[in-house]
Unconditional design. Structure first.
Length: 319
């Protein structure tokens, strides 16, 4: 995962690490959260905020942030910044131990508002979590007249948990079409295009990694929606996306769409795999969701009806 630890191993240990595979993989599960008021961060300075945590009974290995990013002042004419990708966050424990800097937290290469919700492993050795923490915010781009804001802020502490993988192979359904989003705040003119949607919940709150590898190696998009999904209102409830054309800001190769996101147990989410453009050839994608908990798929209404009919048929035959 992008926030995973860098393992210092020599070439003789690489084969052993590969053999261990998924069994040794670790994800970040949520241990505790604390709210903060809205605040602004001039990109040429560092802003420190504080929050208290209690009841943390496990070692803390990571920090996280949920907030609506907004550009307060910047290059509104050319869109050069600041971007949500520029946000930097460093956690400082109650005993004054600083973790590694968490960046990028998420976002895209626009000045549009972005719903950040992610976490990173910044204390791989584990630290105590109870008490007053400081969180330092800065920017990867320091420009004197640029300022970003964070709204509806929540800080998170995470611990390690064994990774659980959900995987599936999907092909966008040509019978259902939509005008997909273009980044977080616009709608693409390359549609309408076909899509597939997975409605699901998770049973453990934490950071989940989404990946979709298109079999053709060509371009495609994936999207995450929180709470509801309406194909005719493609920007409503959109909280994250993966750019699968090789221009992903996180370095994913062409044909691979990926992103990380903080999911909450019991919430309903929608993972949408979309055709890139109306002229793109439909192809299957190998999709996976990896995190600290299990994914429970909510069947589509048509599937529920088919299951009910099948159950009724079996009941009648048993009579």
């Amino acid at each position: 995962m992008r926030f995973g630890m860098t393992l210092g191993m020599n070439a003789a240990l690489v084969g052993l690490a590969l053999a261990a595979g998924q069994a040794n993989a670790q994800s970040l599960k949520l241990l505790g959260s604390a709210s903060d008021s809205d605040f602004d961060v001039p990109t040429s300075s560092v802003v420190t905020r504080s929050a208290s945590f209690a009841g943390i009974g496990e070692p803390v290995t990571g920090i996280g942030l949920s907030a609506r990013y907004t550009t307060v002042s910047g290059d509104f004419g050319g869109g050069a910044g600041p971007w949500p990708l520029d946000v930097e966050m460093t956690g400082i424990t109650p005993d004054s131990t600083s973790g590694s800097t968490f960046t990028p937290i998420g976002g895209d290469v626009t000045i549009a508002d972005f719903p950040l919700a992610n976490g990173a492993r910044t204390f791989p050795g584990g630290v105590a979590g109870n008490g007053s923490w400081d969180f330092e915010f800065g920017s990867t781009e320091s420009v004197s007249n640029w300022t970003y804001g964070l709204r509806d802020v929540q800080y998170h502490l995470f611990g390690d948990a064994p990774s659980v993988t959900y995987s599936d192979t999907v092909t966008p359904d040509a019978s259902q079409q939509w005008d997909r989003p273009f980044f977080i705040g616009g709608v693409s003119a390359l549609g309408p295009v076909a899509f597939d949607v997975l409605e699901f919940t998770v049973d453990v709150s934490g950071v989940y990694e989404f990946e979709s590898v298109l079999s053709s190696g060509s371009d495609h998009f994936t999207f995450l929606y929180d709470g509801a999904f309406d194909a005719s209102q493609s920007l409503e409830n959109l909280v994250n996306y993966g750019l699968g054309n090789g221009n992903d800001p996180f370095g994913s190769p062409r044909g691979t769409s990926s992103f990380d996101h903080l999911l909450m147990a019991g919430e309903t989410y929608y993972f949408v795999t979309s055709q890139w453009a109306s002229f793109s050839t439909l192809a299957a994608s190998a999709n996976s969701i990896v995190g600290p908990g299990s994914v429970t798929v909510i069947p589509a209404p048509a599937s529920v009806a088919m299951l009910a009919a099948s159950s009724l048929l079996v009941t009648r035959r048993r009579r």
